[in-house]
Design a protein around this ligand. Structure first.
Ligand code: THU
Length: 138
């Protein structure tokens, strides 16, 4: 990886870790942070926010995407998700579809643990043969 790509990934990791620290996860006790780089190069982050009415909780990725949209941006260049534990903190099915709305099939989804990035997938690997905006005649 080039020095600048490494620095860019480091910036995403730092933003996701900072978001994770503010996660509201009193029920699962599983704090997640996400940070994405939009087309402009700006970074937007989010954390999971749970709710006593469990299904109303939202994922870290959803928060980061909402922050991006609020800023007027519409393209995800890459996204990083960080969670604790040994298992890879890959996005849930719903969040894969949320990412699909704004990313290319080749966009990188980096999965990190507390120590750093563990694996990098493309969106197409995590959500093959997906349905997206390009399928609709609008
Ligand atoms: N969670 C995320 O925020 N993102 C993921 O990629 C996986 C799961 C959250 C949802 C819930 O608040 C907690 O982690 C446990 O599922």
């Amino acid at each position: 990886m080039s020095k600048s790509a490494e620095a860019a990934l480091g910036e995403l990791f730092a933003a996701a870790k900072a978001a994770q620290a503010n996660a509201y996860a009193p029920y699962s006790r599983f704090k997640v942070g996400a940070a994405l780089r939009a087309a402009s190069g700006a970074v937007y982050s989010g954390c999971n926010v749970e709710n006593a009415a469990y299904p109303q909780g939202s994922c870290a990725e959803a928060g980061a995407i909402a922050a991006m949209a609020l800023a007027g941006e519409r393209r995800i260049a890459e996204i990083l998700v960080v969670g604790d534990g040994d298992a890879l903190c890959t996005p849930c099915g719903g969040c894969r579809q949320r990412i699909r709305e704004f990313a290319d099939r080749s966009s990188a989804i980096h999965i990190a643990g507390p120590e750093g990035v563990r694996r990098t997938f493309t969106l197409a690997e995590l959500l093959p043969e997906s349905f997206g905006p390009d399928h609709l005649p609008v």
